[in-house]
Design a protein around this ligand. Sequence first.
Ligand SMILES: CCCCCCCCCCCC/C=C/CC(=O)SCCNC(=O)CCNC(=O)[C@H](O)C(C)(C)COP(=O)(O)OP(=O)(O)OC[C@H]1O[C@@H](n2cnc3c(N)ncnc32)[C@H](O)[C@@H]1OP(=O)(O)O
Length: 341
Amino acid sequence: MAAPLLSSLCCRHSLRHCSPRRFARNDLSFFRSLSTSISSEKSLVLSHVNEDAGVAILAMNRPPANSLSLELNEAICTSLKEIDTNPKIQSVILASTNPTIFSAGLDVTELISPDDQRLPKFWNSLQQVYIDLYGSRLAIIAAIQGHAPAAGCMLAMACDYRIMYGGGEGSTVDGRKRKSHIPTIGLNETQLGIAAPPWMGQLLVRTIGFRPAERALALGTLFPPMEALIEGLVDDVITEESFSPSADTIHALEKLLPDPIRNQALSLVMQKAFQEAELYAKISPQARVASKLVTRSESLKDMIASREADTEYFCSFICQDTVQKNLKKYVEALKKKSKSK
Ligand SMILES: CCCCCCCCCCCC/C=C/CC(=O)SCCNC(=O)CCNC(=O)[C@H](O)C(C)(C)COP(=O)(O)OP(=O)(O)OC[C@H]1O[C@@H](n2cnc3c(N)ncnc32)[C@H](O)[C@@H]1OP(=O)(O)O
């Protein structure tokens, strides 16, 4: 039943290699089949590999907040695809060049008075980021050093393991002293007067369980690190007290990180992310990928099957007058807050 439905609903551009038969196969090709062929602005992400360790870095690089524009979404997919083609790489650290913001979620300016050609393309690119991360053959470790609201939280949830910075006075997020910084994570869409799309909400349900997700979605809760850990939204919280760096890890990170973010070798979150990435890289890829299929393939199939309907719903929802009004107010408040600093 699901197979013909799936093939008819697969997105023309990005999922054309995604035949139903591949979904049934319990091997790496399932994950490879989800890759895209989108071209991108490379500088929106920085990526590099350490083949000895089997680990790659993919750092989002769209100042000021890594908000997800069409172009950033495409750049993430392209970079992940490039990493995927290197057979020596088994793990990827998804990170940010901004040490206090992982990603601010969707670029809300994309949603205001949108262009009717660009809006569906934009939404499609976000869906593709989710599909590519969640369905990757690679083990993806989220190094969440800063805020991760809404689609920023989705990025983290689509990874295999999430490590968050615990914050603190005089912390050394990137090796430099800075004032107190307590990041938060969660699906806060209702705070903007919109709802998280069903596939994103379901991802939260699968991550933290039904009742906590139901409440968090309704209230648009943004969790500080320790609460996120208790809820199971992140797997680990790192503070200066809880983690001691090792010289070997710092050395390996210096080899991995591209120039502009080499100082993040001193970040405790990055160090823990590297150790976790190495751990995943040592597991037999066939076995690891097969186990990932067990938990992810059904929900991915469902999401892909409803992809076009999701895009249509999103576009008509966003264009409603009341939604536009709420979004404009939200962006004004965001800019005012930023100016008043
Ligand atoms: C079947 C029925 C089902 C119904 C389903 C309905 C389907 C409808 C679909 C609708 C779904 C829509 C999905 C949305 C998901 C999203 O991701 S929405 C985006 C949500 N993001 C946010 O709310 C985050 C907003 N930003 C912040 O809260 C803060 O910026 C921060 C906590 C991330 C960081 O704070 P701080 O370090 O203090 O930085 P700021 O000074 O606030 O910001 C710096 C700079 O960045 C700009 N900016 C921040 N966030 C965004 C953003 N998301 N988009 C664009 N720009 C952003 C901010 O304006 C500042 O810029 P300027 O200095 O003003 O230039």
